[in-house]
Design a binder for this molecule. Structure first.
Ligand SMILES: Cc1cc2nc3c(=O)[nH]c(=O)nc-3n(C[C@H](O)[C@H](O)[C@H](O)COP(=O)(O)OP(=O)(O)OC[C@H]3O[C@@H](n4cnc5c(N)ncnc54)[C@H](O)[C@@H]3O)c2cc1C
Length: 621
């Protein structure tokens, strides 16, 4: 854990150190020197405290303890927890016409043979030229790279993170956080409450660590983009969605193998008459899928490094890992390339991340920034580019989400089955979408109530926990991204009272579902409120006027920080993806989405990126 904390950015580390100092001073002779009994009493007092900051501090401590404790093989063995991925018997249909000799169990496939690690190394002389240089290799960057390369354009994709795949993912959460995540996984939107917003930093971006859920954008959202924001093509994305669903092997999870967490969510939703269904995922015929946050152990999940990037490379694109773009080059009023720092150790067996760097430059006819909704605005703000509207970095939306767990008498063993498996869309008109998502022990134990022995008992019961994630399509709340120093982004987020109320409503509905499925108690993630019993959700949660700062949230879908639109005074890029202010500079990632979606965003990001890429290809050929 100490090594992990040593690897996170200074600002996040300083915050953790400060928190530990505050804890240490909570006892006259120091917390760490106090007796066990005294330490337990102090932790209990923090849990019951009326001061939100003290409860936030406790949650941080529990998060660190969960990571350290939940990763220990002996703990996992004692609880019977297994993190694994398995494929089913029915062939899922290979991509690119591959067949699976031998039939029977499907083997995972990567597009066009996957990526060649050695070809990902930055070139020795540190200079490249191409038609389009793309910053970032996640959902947006990979999708746009493929479109451009298949239309015959010379493309270079630059990715700051390293390359990893099923041959070398670590199932140790701390190693995975260091190798696959930005800021070692400790990216946080500052505010009351502070909201963790993890994002990926590796070849394939956040798609490598995401849950593989694929939803098309709701038609009413797209109509709003067309009618209110002048994005004419927004309602015309069916062809993009169909192509993506085919290429990414998207199919609904099979209820027979989705696991007990899915079955309980479904049973509870049906018992209360709430609309629900199987989640469609980009993992073919996978039947057990528990390792999403640390990289799919089979690479069955069609993350970008095993799908769109190999396809782009097969069409001639070059992908470089370990290259961090520092500046967009501008000449004659046009974006014409990027200057970067690249991993200096070309002989390294792993690609990227060796620490030593050297200058790198790519010259191009157009620049596409697809660094994600936090890094994209930070990169451009640092240079003062594309911000005549004053909107760059503003309008950040995140789909704030709440982990609502419940204890059942029966064994749930949420790790047996598909991690994110079942949805409930009954309250979509309020902006709520609920998804049965079983978080692995190391990433989820801190949400369990209690401290000291009480918390340990809860952890021992981990196999009887069911989980529903409550996500909100945020509208009244707003966030902002700023550049922090030479390398980092700093995000802040203010959850509005109305959105806090809607989340509380969603927590109460998740509790309805859990109780209808037989749960004994539900853990509502509201500071100062312990587990609730059946029937208590109306008074203690729904009608309790819970303030924003009492909610314990996380978020996985940052977007909107360089929004697209026809009006240059309210948006950053046009419907073409090109910056209103700077010809040749395009944005094609989650940043351009001009409003919350109300569903998981990957497919929308990719469909929009394809549109932006197709338009750019037309302009350049
Ligand atoms: C745990 C988790 C689970 C999720 N589950 C789902 C899900 O099931 N379904 C879904 O639809 N969505 C899910 N998401 C969200 C989804 O994965 C993201 O919305 C999507 O990947 C964002 O795409 P993007 O292209 O905007 O950015 P990213 O995919 O984050 O890619 C951006 C890339 O740019 C790189 N980069 C940044 N700055 C630079 C620079 N200066 N130079 C070079 N490279 C740079 C980054 O390292 C990164 O690799 C999940 C997210 C998380 C964190």
């Amino acid at each position: 854990m100490a090594r992990h904390l040593g690897s996170i950015p200074a600002r996040a580390r300083a915050f953790v150190v400060l928190a530990l100092r505050v804890l240490e001073r909570s006892s006259p002779r120091g917390f760490s020197r106090a007796s066990l009994e005294r330490r337990r009493a102090l932790l209990r007092r923090m849990e019951r405290s009326r001061v939100p900051l003290r409860r936030d501090l406790l949650l941080l401590l529990k998060t660190l303890a969960s990571l350290g404790y939940g990763r220990a093989p002996e703990v996992q063995a004692a609880l019977g927890v297994e993190v694994r991925c398995e494929l089913g018997g029915a062939p899922a249909g290979a991509i690119d016409g591959d067949s699976h000799p031998g039939g029977g169990r499907e083997t995972p496939t990567t597009a066009a043979g996957g990526l060649d690690r050695h070809a990902l190394r930055p070139v020795a002389d540190g200079h490249e030229e191409c038609d389009v240089v793309i910053v970032g290799s996640g959902a947006g960057g990979a999708a746009v790279a493929r479109v451009l390369a298949e239309r015959g354009l010379e493309v270079v994709v630059l990715e700051e993170g390293e390359y990893h795949d099923a041959s070398d993912y670590s199932t140790d959460p701390l190693v995975a956080l260091r190798s696959l995540y930005r800021d070692g996984g400790l990216t946080v939107c500052e505010g009351r409450p502070p909201i963790p917003v993890p994002v990926g930093r590796c070849v394939g971006g956040t798609t490598v660590i995401n849950s593989g859920t694929c939803f098309r954008t709701p038609p009413d959202v797209l109509r709003g983009w067309r009618d209110e924001l002048g994005i004419e093509w927004a309602t015309d994305l069916d062809a993009e969605f169909e192509a993506l669903e085919r290429d990414l092997q998207v199919r609904p999870v099979d209820p027979a193998t989705a696991g007990r967490n899915a079955a309980l969510c479904r049973a509870g939703a049906e018992a209360i008459g709430a609309s629900n269904g199987a989640i469609a995922r980009n993992a073919g015929a996978v039947t057990c899928c528990g390792a999403c946050p640390t990289g799919c152990t089979l690479d069955a999940k069609q993350a970008m490094h095993v799908s769109e990037l190999p396809r782009a490379v097969a069409a001639g694109a070059r992908v470089r890992a370990g290259v961090r773009v520092e500046r967009v080059l501008v000449e004659g009023g046009r974006a014409c390339g990027v200057s970067c720092s690249a991993d200096a150790d070309l002989d390294s067996a792993s690609v990227g991340g060796t620490g030593r760097s050297r200058p790198y430059e790519v010259r191009a006819r157009a620049v596409v920034v697809a660094a994600g909704a936090l890094a994209t605005p930070a990169l451009l703000l640092r240079q003062g580019l594309a911000d005549s509207s004053g909107q760059l970095g503003r309008q950040l939306r995140i789909h704030p989400a709440c982990w609502v767990g419940a204890r059942f008498d029966e064994e749930v063993r949420g790790w047996d089955g598909v991690m994110q498996s079942w949805y409930v869309d009954e309250w979509r008109d309020r902006g709520l979408f609920l998804e049965a998502t079983f978080t692995p022990l190391a990433f989820g134990a801190h949400w369990l109530p209690g401290v000291a022995e009480d918390w340990m008992r809860r952890i021992e019961d981990f196999g009887r926990i069911g989980v529903i994630g409550v996500h909100l399509s945020d509208h009244g709340s707003s966030g902002r991204v700023r550049a922090a120093g030479r390398r980092h982004a700093r995000a802040s987020y203010r959850l509005s009272a109305a959105d806090a109320e809607t989340i509380s409503y969603g927590i109460a509905r998740a509790a309805d579902i859990h109780f209808a499925a037989g749960a004994r108690e539900v853990f509502p993630q509201i500071g100062g409120l312990g587990p609730i019993a059946p029937g208590e959700q109306a008074d203690k949660v729904e009608h309790a006027r819970i303030g924003a700062s009492a909610l314990r949230l996380e978020a996985f879908h940052p977007m909107g920080s360089a929004r697209m639109g026809a009006d240059r005074s309210t948006s950053v890029v046009a419907a073409t993806g090109e910056a209103h202010d700077l010809p040749g500079l395009y944005v094609a990632d989650a940043s351009v989405l001009p409003s919350s979606l109300g569903v998981n965003p990957m497919l929308t990001i990719m469909a929009c990126a394809r549109r932006i890429g197709a338009g750019l290809a037309e302009r350049l050929t």
